[in-house]
Design a protein around this ligand. Structure first.
Ligand SMILES: C[S@@+](CC[C@H](N)C(=O)[O-])C[C@H]1O[C@@H](n2cnc3c(N)ncnc32)[C@H](O)[C@@H]1O
Length: 291
């Protein structure tokens, strides 16, 4: 079978699952350029090549079987990033799945705002130490470190830490820059803690009664929900910020649910607050620094 025919078949099947042709085509490309697909065929495809100059490459029978297996998993509601164990974030590839007990949140596009804002801050200020709270796949510190020249010592905490963020840090040569700790924000605040120039946090913030999509139900639920108003974990971190932020020009960057913007605005007695909107024009990131 030619690769272009396999791609068309795959896109038609994925469109019938999601009812969204554009999303299906994007997923189809991710599958065909994945390491798993490449390994079956002994060639690496770039996105352009699927329908560009390589469109008439013959693929092996195993690839067809692999695609049928992928479609079966997608029909069962499993996100594509878990099936191929690849998730793209800030132009880097991250591992997100080992088995049904060991997986992390799939990094989201809106979290890239944290990376942009951190890189801006690091470029214009003296930053030597940083803390990432709720590190999951490790995508935040790894992506920032990948895009800066400075040598920053990062601590990354998560009570559900598994080997996934360590594998990602190793793959992107950042293991020696990040100290991963399996610990919650509640446990962390009881420790004698250091001061940081930058704190990044994408904590579970979805209010517990919110409806979530079926594919999101496959992700670790402890990565998603943050209690009734979604603020349980965020408040734990806010409470210790005055103690852990360096007095001299330091910031904390939070990803938030738009419904939490008011809570952040009300912190204006203690912090300078900047709210950043996502591409849907919703308040998505809050940047805090001590007054
Ligand atoms: C929304 S995910 C973010 C993962 C990753 N930082 C990202 O941006 O893709 C939230 C993360 O917070 C972690 N988490 C859950 N409870 C926590 C707690 N009490 N303290 C710190 N982190 C927590 C979850 O395990 C999960 O990895």
């Amino acid at each position: 079978m030619k690769i272009i025919d396999l791609y068309r078949f795959l896109c038609a099947e994925l469109t019938s699952i999601s009812n969204n042709k554009i999303e299906a085509e994007a997923e189809g490309e991710l599958i065909l350029i994945s390491e798993k697909f490449s390994a079956l065929n002994s060639f690496n495809l770039s996105k352009e090549l699927v329908y560009g100059s390589s469109h008439d490459i013959e693929v092996k029978q195993e690839s067809h079987n692999f695609i049928l297996q992928v479609i079966k998993c997608r029909k069962a509601g499993i996100p594509i990033q878990y099936i191929i164990n690849e998730s793209w974030f800030y132009n880097l590839k991250f591992e997100v799945f080992i088995d049904k007990y060991k997986k992390t949140l799939i990094p989201r596009n809106e979290t890239e705002i944290i990376i942009d804002k951190s890189i801006d801050f690091i470029s214009n200020n003296k930053v030597e130490s940083a803390l990432d709270v709720g590190t999951g796949s490790g995508c935040i510190p790894i992506s920032i470190l990948h895009n800066i020249e400075k040598n920053i010592k990062w601590v990354a905490i998560d009570p559900h830490l598994n080997e996934i963020p360590l594998n990602n840090a190793k793959k992107h040569n950042k293991l020696e820059h990040i100290e991963f700790q399996k610990i919650s924000i509640q446990q962390f605040r009881k420790l004698k803690i250091n001061k940081y120039d930058l704190v990044t946090a994408n904590l579970p913030y979805v209010p517990s009664r919110s409806k979530i999509e079926n594919t999101v139900k496959q992700e670790p639920q402890e990565s998603i929900f943050g209690g009734k108003d979604g603020l349980i974990f965020i408040k734990e971190l806010i409470n210790i910020l005055p103690r852990i932020l360096n007095d001299n020009n330091s910031i904390a960057i939070f990803e938030i649910d738009p419904s939490q913007a008011e809570y952040f605005r009300n912190l204006r007695d203690i912090f300078n607050i900047e709210l950043i909107k996502d591409i849907q024009n919703l308040d998505r990131v809050a940047i805090l620094n001590l007054i």
